[in-house]
Each structure stands twice: as C-alpha cells, then as structure tokens.
Ligand binder design. Sequence first.
Ligand code: ADP
Length: 259
Amino acid sequence: MSKEKLNIVKVGGAIVEKEESLLPLLKSFSSLSGNKILVHGGGKIATAIAAQLGVETQMINGRRVTSAEMLKVVTMVYGGLVNKNLVARLQSMGVNAIGLSGADMNIIRSDKRPVEPIDFGFVGDVKEVNAKALSDIIGSGAVPVLAPLTHDGKGTMLNTNGDTIAATVAKALSSEYDVTLSYCSSTPGVMKDLDDPDSLIKTITSSDFRNLVADGTISEGMIPKLENAFEAIGSGVSRVVITSASDIDGGTTIMADPE
Ligand code: ADP
C-alpha cells in the first residue's frame, strides 16, 4: 500500500511578523489538501518584547543566547503570541489548527546544548520526536502548528531552531508518510545573487551546496537551513524545497545524493 502524503511547511519568523507575507503563506497553506503540519520560527518579535520587559538580548556570532529570563520571554512569545495567532488565523480560514510546543504530548524532547565551546543557554538539540502522537493528531483531521520550543523531559522548556524542528519531524514521520518539506522564507529560494530575483537556483546537490558556500554565494541563515534540508532528503523525506511564502510548490528543490 502506498503511503499517504504529508506536507510539512516551515515558515520563518520574518514572514510571520509581516502581514503582507503572512497572508499569502496562510492562503497557500490553507489550500493544501490532505495531511499537513505548519512549523514556525521565532523572529525579532521576542527581542522587541524582551526589551519592553527590560530583558536584555545577548547575541554571539549573530545567534541568540537564551538566558533564564529570555527563556520565559520566548516561551510566552513563540508558544503563546505567535503560535496562537497563527492558529486563530488558520481557524478563520477553515483549517482545524492545533498549536503545540514540543512539550505537549511529549512531541519533541531535546537535550540542553553543552556549554562548551559556546554557552548558548537554554537551547535544545532535538533528541526524539513522538511520531505516534503527531500521526494520531493528523489522523484525527487536526493540523498541528508547532512552535520552536522543545522540552528536556525533566520539566524545562528549551528554545530550539524551527528549521531543525521541521527537518526532524519530517524525518520521523517519513516512515509512515510520503513527506514533502517546504522551507518558506523571504527569498524565492536559494539565489545566485540575492539582489536579482531572477537568479533562482532551481535544483541544488550537496556538492553544489559546498561549492556555493565556499565561493560566498550562500551565507548566513541559508547555510544551516540547507544543512537541515540535506539531512532530511538523505533520511527518507521524499521532497524538500526552499521557497517563498507565496509559492509553497516552487523555489529550489534539494537533490538527494545518488545511492
Ligand atoms: P528564515 O526566514 O527561515 O528565518 P533565515 O533568515 O535564517 O531564514 O535564512 C534565510 C536568509 O538567508 C535569507 O533571507 C538571506 O538573507 C540569507 N541568504 C544567504 N545566502 C542566500 C542565498 N544564496 N539565497 C537565498 N538566501 C540567502
């Protein structure tokens, strides 16, 4: 028997924060038929609310350090404000969304990242995905909306990269479903030249990726995003694309290495 299809869409924090990009994303997501999961990122809103609360944002190499105080803010903002607004918007479009963090139904358990070589604070590296709980929810006809938060199983929430959550959930569900994973970001896909919207790279192999990082074409957040994408395509996920908010099916297709 062939597997049922499942679409997993990861939406970046920058898209969620802007109505002009959020609305097209929600429209395309709501029109996807069949099984689906939305994973969202965090974004700058946590930084803004932390400032209002007098909590300082500390960055190392462009990455957020999650102090005990910042963990409270990201739990409130990602797990509350951002997640529940997405659920309410999807419900208004007829999608039976249910907002979840990794602690809910033990969906994603993680380990706190070691403090060496850099102490990023309360950040979790995914250890285990509860595929059964997710497939039960999907099977009931609901649409999970996953926040970039996990738990350590000992009572502590951990801040976790949304791209990694999307890839690990996709991998975990690929034994039961035929999974398409779409990373929706603010560019049309992986670009040869970020200033030229016509320079989309339609397909990318892992050796193209290494070359494009080496020559500086691919940088910043696109590097870990593509590492997650290649990890997913190499671990049973059927299709992985990097695309824009308004074009869930388009963008750059990640090519698996030949067997
Ligand atoms: P997200 O929108 O999911 O938060 P990130 O901001 O982490 O994603 O990563 C996407 C960003 O990577 C793009 O907005 C862009 O600034 C940057 N980037 C670097 N190199 C490239 C490239 N060659 N093509 C597309 N984006 C790139």
